[in-house]
Design a protein around this ligand. Structure first.
Ligand code: F6R
Length: 365
């Protein structure tokens, strides 16, 4: 049931404050201000390497998880798209934990990657939305993302719930490994508790502006998304969402890679969507933005209040989110990115829920 919404995708975007609070409530103990204790048989202090395999949007949530797990749990994370992972013959030791992220739990390449790791003796964990799925059944430990049924082919709420779960797991791993102090854990868990409220606020605040921007964006044939740190996978997610449902060619790049190639494409016909909360990387991303501006690229600047104050560049549009801790930004910044793809599809008249050539679960290789 779509409720008052035109498409499932729109409904699922607006479901996010509620469903992410379920995910966070399961994996964090907000009363104790720490990540939740779990009896899934995994002890992160006994693990020396984490490997992740997934496809599409699930792969991109894993990539953001890698930044968090390496930073807070000091655990090296190796991640690959499952279609490559399954044939790479990755050497695996028995202190490797292998995680598989899949909304449907049925993706053929992700399942094959899981089977490979099991054969090699790794401990396996499945981050799934569909808990009765094959991937959930075959993994040693199951972590439900609790997003509720996702009908729209383009993944939205599953992505942010995957992020909520990865964020909580990173904190738990940090505690178990002794790399995260109780004070830091408390502060980060508190930040997570703010996500649902910030999401509701942003969903309502940015909607009219994004609708207007979608009209402008629909005239272009190519769009580039840039970001640094956790905003880099988010840039790739923005590009994936746009190309899936609007058929506009889009690419996501690490902002620092701009001068290693893509800058050659920049002219007045190239909109560049820059995702830059006012974090450790902000100044560097702004200098990339200046390089775009100097070549007449059309900038869409997605930032927060501090970021908007700190940059004086002329942009095609600046979307301003509230200030928030760096840790939770990927979850909240997902919203303008999803809405932008959605409204562009609606404006262009493509089918947002059922994009051509795509299926919700890819059960063949
Ligand atoms: C993107 C999208 C796909 C899926 C991918 C993995 O919006 O929906 O890229 O994320 O096919 O699917 P699951 O998570 O079911 O393994």
């Amino acid at each position: 049931d779509k409720g008052n919404h035109r498409h499932f995708m729109e409904k699922e975007i607006f479901d996010q404050p509620e469903v992410i609070s379920h995910t966070l409530g399961r994996y964090c103990d907000f009363a104790a201000e720490r990540s939740a204790v779990a009896d899934d048989g995994i002890d992160f202090s006994k693990i020396s390497r984490l490997t992740i395999a997934a496809c599409g949007t699930a792969y991109l949530s894993g990539l953001i998880g890698k930044y968090w797990i390496e930073r807070y749990a000091r655990l090296p994370v190796e991640i690959d798209v499952a279609s490559e992972f399954r044939y790479r013959e990755l050497p695996i030791s028995d202190d490797t934990l292998a995680l598989f992220i899949s909304q449907s739990g049925e993706t053929a390449d992700t399942l094959a990657s899981l089977r490979y790791c099991k054969e090699q003796g790794a401990k396996t964990g499945a981050l799934v939305n569909v808990t009765g799925s094959t991937i959930a059944r075959e993994a040693d430990a199951v972590f439900p993302i609790l997003a509720g049924p996702e009908i729209s082919v383009a993944s939205t709420k599953a992505f942010t719930c995957q992020l909520a779960l990865m964020a909580s797991l990173a904190l738990r791993a940090g505690r178990e490994r002794g790399t995260l102090s109780p004070a830091d854990e408390k502060e980060l868990v508190h930040a997570l508790s703010e996500v649902p409220r910030l999401m509701s606020q942003v969903l309502h605040a940015v909607q009219p502006q994004i609708e207007k921007l979608s009209r402008e964006l629909s005239h272009f044939h190519h769009v580039l998304y840039l970001g640094r740190g956790t905003s880099f996978p988010l840039a790739m997610e923005g590009a994936l969402k746009l190309k899936e449902i609007t058929y506009i060619h889009a690419e996501g790049y690490a902002a620092g890679e701009l001068k290693h190639g893509p800058i050659a494409l920049i002219d007045e016909n190239m909109p560049v969507i820059v995702i830059a909360p006012h974090d450790r990387f902000f100044e560097k991303t702004v200098s990339n933005m200046q390089e775009v501006a100097a070549r007449d690229g059309k900038i869409v600047f997605i930032t927060d209040e501090s970021g908007a104050r700190a940059s004086e560049l002329k942009t095609m549009q600046t979307i301003v989110l509230p200030d928030m801790p760096e840790f939770i930004a990927p979850m909240v910044f997902s919203l303008p990115i999803q809405l932008l793809a959605y409204h562009t599809a609606v404006f262009m008249g493509t089918d947002a829920d059922q994009p051509r050539n795509l299926a919700k679960a890819v059960t063949v290789e």
